[in-house]
Design a binder for this molecule. Structure first.
Ligand SMILES: Nc1ncnc2c1ncn2[C@@H]1O[C@H](COP(=O)(O)OP(=O)(O)O[C@H]2O[C@H](CO)[C@@H](O)[C@H](O)[C@H]2O)[C@@H](O)[C@H]1O
Length: 976
């Protein structure tokens, strides 16, 4: 199927999620026994063929046999009696012209048997070598080869010992001469039943579990490898940081040294008739005495003389203050003071003053040069001094670095706590959100307990039915004990509520149920094909994790054009956080932002579509990403879209499937391979682009989604979608709470949470105004961050700018237009506005991610007047930064923004409070209606406005909830 869709799954703006299910029962190994298949490629077999010579590696099976033979039944039988028994058996089988027999005759699991083969009766009659090749359980388990030897039962019987593993229920085998001559029982192969605890069904389960164990082991090894790489990276980073700190210390020392050297060249030991230094006579060795002749100096008439000093070019600032005493026994006007310079002082720096520090009015500062003395008798060598100094700086810098890291760690912890709380709150809201239809008592279900399920049929398709039956199972209907018998629901209380009671087993991690009209059948309420699922906590079993591969042509931040790029990254991260394996396949554009890819390296290369395709692998935002680079230069054109050659995305989608296939190491065609059990979920991010291809993709996918419920209804009648409505769902986008987090954001001045939103936004607003030379007045800022295309409501954007400016607000727009006419139009608008409304408006007509962060944080409002909007991320990011969204009521904007005046009930029915302003219609009146109320509230009800900022920050627009919806959908896709 997938192969048939080649070149047609291409959708330039759309993404394809593939859920791979490799562990289902549909995934049986088909062992077709042909001679090619019997080539010796399996692990357990090591046959080396060389110019007609062969050897069987005796170590594999034989060693096991020898070890296992001890304790086998043969040992306890008298050898003589055994021999007789065997002779009789051989004669019996010989006379019946049987080609083979085994001993003991009843083969048991976990035992060793002897197999006897009558070579003369078979195709190998004249062959000098006889080899058995076999496996267990219909050729599915432990392929082996073993060489037969002439037995001591006489000429015709060749034999070998075989170990029968405990998982075996049947033994399948053929004989051959080590090369091309086979005895395979007339193409039927030989087969012997084995007595034991296994049977075909149990073995299927065993294989599934075995596979799971293997996958888990691989996952653990991968995790271990990742931890190690992470550890290496961290210690490398620490080493690099240490080196950087050392280099910085060295650089600082060099500057200091240079300054001090120039100072030293100015420094003296004395200046005739002005000052000199001598070792102090009355105190200990370190003290010096400084003499000063103030005669004809600025302080000649002061009543007091003080020195204000420091050392080594004032490296510690003002650190020595002493008062002077007059020398009475000298000519001139000499004064002196005793000074104890610090040990590391090479130079003493000072000025004279008429009072102590802070209390002096007149100075003698040596005509602004200050005084500098080389200190006599200094016991520090200059070299020693610098070594010590560098060490001090190094220690200080290191300390600063540690403190910074510590602060970051604390911040990360706090941020993680806030997020965990939000997640728990969202989960509760999720459980309560269906309350008008179904809920449980208690609300949160624990494994190994009993719960009541309460159902209100009056809000469903079962309204008015005389009976309602409850059908339930666990672990996405995969619980080993199967579905519980249907249970007739009983009335609970006086209202319409019906009740069923369920014992939740200890190994349940999910409870699944649907409701039906009759015990056997009838109308079902199965939640539109998705069934009802409620997570169960404290299970002893873990969820069956899936492997999900996104095939996408955008991914933030390595190749982002718009919201699609954000979603590929953030949805993948959210699903990965829930324990599933998520990978992304992306074209290797030459314009990739490679600085955001870690450990990028060549992974493999393969040939397809007439070219070699190199596959690179790297980590982006903690996700494994494969980059496909066709050597025909298709993705080396300097841009993601815009060249009207989007057929290359068809090539990309197809080569991505080839790549997946090649990594399953299966040479067959898609539908024959493991990909037959792979499910495809197709997501439409914007029906405007490539509707023709979208139609094809809709046909071939297992499930399809778009990015909000309202948009899914808006487009349900579209020709590409209408025929496939039953598999089409609207799941709201989320935003990544780590990428968008005002508490850890490096692009804004003051980190903030909902606790200090007012302070944080005030600082961001000031920084934004400063950056663009806007007046720092107390007015609201309206921000606009958008691709400038018709979809985004260009005339409404322009009107909003004018309306805001007329209402005394300020405007910052960040936008870029793929269409150069629109770009030109906005450039002219910018020139005009910057002239007329100087200092109140700024239009930045580029794409600038860091700037977008500052605008989200520094604006009071973010306006999104889109004509249509599949979901929209800007209003969600705005709320995360405490900015109030003003939106046109369409698509995802309608689903996420609830007008403070008009949508109270609609918000409450979803467990939310209103969070913004919205308008209908597509003309300026609509914009005015919302914008006037918003700006009015800002001027007239500031406290209320601030509480609204706090409230929107407390709402959860992350993937916490939608990721669960996607996972449910992936599971639903698996059910086919
Ligand atoms: N000049 C600029 N500089 C920096 N950043 C800029 C920018 N212009 C836009 N952005 C950023 O790009 C993203 C835009 O995402 P949207 O979802 O709002 O719109 P887009 O139409 O691109 O996405 C389509 O796909 C997404 C994902 O499904 C749907 O939400 C949406 O409705 C659909 O139209 C935001 O992260 C925004 O901050």
């Amino acid at each position: 199927q997938i192969g048939a869709a080649e070149g047609q799954m291409v959708v330039n703006e759309d993404e394809l999620s593939i859920t791979e299910i490799g562990m289902g029962r549909g995934d049986k190994i088909q062992h077709v026994l042909s001679e090619e298949e019997l080539s010796w490629s399996e692990d357990e077999v090591q046959l080396i063929e060389d110019d007609g010579q062969y050897e069987v590696d005796e170590t594999s099976v034989s060693v096991n046999v020898e070890q296992d033979i001890q304790g086998s039944p043969q040992d306890v039988v008298d050898p003589q009696a055994l021999k007789v028994m065997l002779q009789e058996l051989a004669e019996k089988n010989y006379s019946m012209r049987n080609k083979l027999f085994v001993f003991p005759e009843v083969v048991k699991a976990d035992s060793v048997i002897d197999l006897y083969f009558n070579r003369d009766l078979t195709a190998l009659a004249n062959e000098p070598d006889v080899v058995i090749k076999g496996a267990f359980n219909g050729w599915k388990w432990r392929l082996f080869t073993e060489r037969l030897h002439k037995s001591d039962l006489g000429g015709v019987w060749w034999s070998c010992k075989l170990y029968i593993p405990k998982e075996a229920y049947r033994l399948d085998f053929v004989f051959f001469n080590g090369r091309t001559v086979y005895e395979n029982n007339g193409n039927n192969d030989f087969c012997i039943g084995i007595e034991g605890t296994m049977n075909e069904d149990l073995f299927e389960d065993f294989l599934v579990k075995e596979k799971q164990r293997e996958l888990e082991k691989l996952a653990m090894e991968e995790a271990e490898r990742r931890t190690q790489t992470e550890e290496q990276r961290r210690s490398k980073e620490a080493r690099a940081a240490d080196e950087a700190v050392r280099a910085q210390a060295k650089a600082e020392i060099e500057i200091k040294n240079k300054k001090l050297q120039s100072m030293l060249s100015l420094a003296r030991t004395c200046v005739d008739n002005l000052w000199y230094i001598e070792a102090s006579t009355d105190t200990s060795g370190d003290t010096i005495r400084l003499y000063y002749n103030r005669n004809s100096r600025p302080l000649a008439h002061s009543t007091e003389i003080w020195m204000h000093g420091g050392y080594n070019n004032w490296s510690d600032g003002l650190s020595i203050v002493e008062s002077f005493v007059k020398c009475n026994d000298r000519d001139g006007d000499w004064w002196y003071a005793d000074v104890i310079p610090p040990e590391k002082a090479l130079v003493l720096d000072w000025v004279f003053a008429d009072g102590p520090a802070g209390n002096a009015r007149n100075y003698d500062n040596n005509a602004r040069q200050d005084f500098h003395a080389i200190l006599p008798n200094n016991n520090v060598t200059e070299e020693g001094f610098w070594v010590q100094e560098e060490q001090n700086i190094y220690t200080r810098l290191l300390q600063e670095r540690r403190e910074k890291e510590e602060t970051m760690k604390r911040k990360a912890e706090r941020s993680a706590n806030i997020k965990a709380e939000m997640k728990a709150k969202t989960m509760r809201r999720f459980l309560l959100s269906q309350k008008h239809i179904v809920y449980t008592e208690p609300l949160e279900i624990r494994a190994g307990t009993t719960v009541d399920v309460l159902y209100n049929p009056s809000n469903t398709v079962l309204n008015g039915k005389p009976e309602v039956w409850f059908r339930c199972s666990f672990n996405l209907w995969m619980h080993p004990s199967g579905a519980l018998p249907p249970q007739k629901m009983v009335k609970s209380g006086d209202g319409p509520l019906l009740k069923a009671t369920v014992n939740v087993p200890p190994d349940a991690y999910m409870m699944d149920f649907v409701f039906s009209e009759w015990e056997e059948d009838g109308i079902y309420d199965n939640r539109n094909g998705m069934d009802y699922h409620i997570p169960v906590s404290d299970s002893i079993e873990t969820e069956n994790y899936m492997r999900i591969i996104h095939i996408a042509v955008e991914m933030a931040p390595v190749a982002k054009v718009g919201g699609l790029g954000d979603v590929v990254t953030s949805l993948s991260r959210a699903v990965q956080d829930l324990g599933h394996t998520v990978e992304v396949i992306l074209p290797k554009y030459d314009c990739l932002n490679q600085s955001s890819v870690k450990d990028l390296h060549l992974y493999q290369s393969f040939s397809w579509g007439g070219t070699e395709i190199k596959v690179w692998v790297g980590r982006v935002e903690d996700l494994t990403v494969y980059f496909l680079e066709p050597q025909n230069g298709m993705f080396g054109v300097g841009c993601v879209y815009g060249r009207n050659d989007d057929r290359r995305f068809g090539f990309f989608c197809h080569s991505a499937l080839e790549f997946i296939l090649q990594n399953e190491f299966s040479p067959e065609h898609y539908s024959q391979s493991r990909m037959a059990s792979t499910r495809v979920v197709f997501t439409i991010h914007n029906l405007e682009f490539g509707a023709h291809y979208i139609g094809k993709a809709m046909t071939y996918c297992d499930k399809a989604t778009t990015v909000s419920p309202t948009y899914s209804r808006d487009v349900a009648g579209h020709g590409a979608i209408a025929p496939h409505r039953e598999k089409f769902y609207g799941i709201l986008n989320g935003i990544d709470p780590d990428i968008w987090d005002p508490y850890t954001d490096n692009f804004i001045p003051v980190p903030y949470t909902c606790e200090n939103v007012v302070e944080g936004k005030r600082a961001a607003k000031r920084a934004l105004q400063q950056k663009f030379g806007l007046q720092q007045t107390d007015v609201p800022i309206v921000g606009i961050i958008t691709r400038l295309t018709a979809q985004k409501g260009i005339h409404l954007i322009k009107h909003a700018i004018h309306r805001t400016l007329e209402s005394n607000g300020q405007v910052v727009l960040l936008g870029s237009a793929p269409d150069h006419r629109i770009q030109g139009d906005f450039c002219r608008l910018a020139d005009a506005l910057h002239g007329v409304y100087h200092g109140r408006v700024k239009l930045v007509l580029t794409y600038d991610e860091p700037l977008s962060h500052l605008i989200y944080a520094g604006s009071d409002f973010i306006i999104v007047p889109s004509i249509f909007e599949p979901c929209g991320l800007t209003q969600l990011v705005a709320m995360r930064y405490g900015s109030i969204p003003i939106v046109r009521k369409t698509g995802g904007l309608y689903d996420t923004v609830f007008d403070v005046d008009n949508d109270k009930d609609r918000a409450r029915s979803l467990g939310l409070e209103p969070n913004g302003f919205s308008f209908d219609g597509a003309d300026s009146n609509g914009v005015d209606y919302a914008l006037n109320r918003a700006i009015g509230a800002w001027f007239d009800a500031r406290d209320w406005f601030h509480s609204l900022c706090k409230r929107v920050m407390e709402q959860d627009w992350s993937w916490n909830r939608p990721a669960l919806d996607y996972i449910e959908l992936y599971h639903a896709a698996r059910k086919f």
